[in-house]
Write a protein that binds this ligand. Sequence first.
Ligand SMILES: Nc1ncnc2c1ncn2[C@@H]1O[C@H](COP(=O)(O)OP(=O)(O)OP(=O)(O)O)[C@@H](O)[C@H]1O
Length: 367
Amino acid sequence: MWLKQLTVLNFKNYTESSLEFLPQVNAFAGANGAGKTNLLDAIHYLALCKSYFNPIDSQHIKRGFDWFMVQGEFVGGHAPDVISCSLKKNQKKQFKKNKKDYQRLADHIGQFPLVMISPNDASIVTEGSEERRKFMDNVISQTDNHYLDILIHYNKILLQRNTLLKQIRETGIFDIGLLDILTMQLADVGERIFTRRKQFMEEFLPEFSRYYAFLTDEAEEVGLVYDSPLMLNSFEELLRINLEKDRALERTSQGIHRDDLVFTIHEGMPLKKFGSQGQQKSFLIALKLAQYRFLKVKKKEKPLLLLDDIFDKLDEYRTRKLMQLVSEDEFGQIFLTDTDAARIKYIFEEIAQPIRIFEVNGGTVDV
Ligand SMILES: Nc1ncnc2c1ncn2[C@@H]1O[C@H](COP(=O)(O)OP(=O)(O)OP(=O)(O)O)[C@@H](O)[C@H]1O
């Protein structure tokens, strides 16, 4: 499966552009701010119904316009599929496959598996647990669309339970029956998410360790551990133990919405504090390569790989390692961005990979 054609209309700094791709490597080259990453993001929209960088859809409409559209033609695998995503200001985002609306976005996620590696990924190490849950949920959702459904369901019940806890505190009326029902429902759905995440980590961890060792020339021990309050107690027990605390806080203090991934180096020290910049970078790339491998095995096809500005950020050793994987045919179609077209040409010519370079300049593109 690969993306043959992409059209963007009024999308970020593009008015109208249509691009034809190679099934192998496609590079967007140009100065800072030219619009290279915007094209990767348009591809991300097609595969995952949303931006990789900014969750507010309306901010992707070109300034001065009131709608955008991104359309792409995927070929290979199944029959050619034309996917389009469009948004009119103040209206709901529309998704179509071969001109037909999707009933649910969850039906689309995972049909065109995709992995993005970007400098923004640093937030997975440096920011709060939400970023790491997002990473985990993104990978699982692309392989299991029921997972997305139960996540959405969990968040709805969580909101209802929190609203009730607030009402109890404000009104003093304690509807124990309703609280019990919401507690049981939350526990039931939460346990399913916990089981799925645990199972995912068991499969993911060996892949991650293998890629980290491959990318680094040091015999450094790194750790990746799934940490959930459900490791020690069942969800129902947890909610009962914390009932008084939850009533005082007016929210559900414990649950799978607090899950985290713990990243360590040097035998258990936090990666964020004790890992060098290079070690953190290798850790992140290993996470993403393991994500690629996981999706490839589960979906039985090669996901699209989007590399945002990574050759500028990687040292020569890691660049060579990545190129080794490209030449060993580990990946399918690749899209990448770089400020230096000559560097990209050189890197891919060295491993004799066909590449099409698009020169991007302020929202226009030349081949
Ligand atoms: N809604 C929008 N309307 C118009 N322009 C936008 C919109 N959103 C973003 N842009 C413009 O897109 C440009 C950024 O594009 P992009 O991030 O793709 O650049 P880039 O070529 O990847 O740059 P870099 O090499 O610095 O990463 C900026 O000039 C920004 O102002």
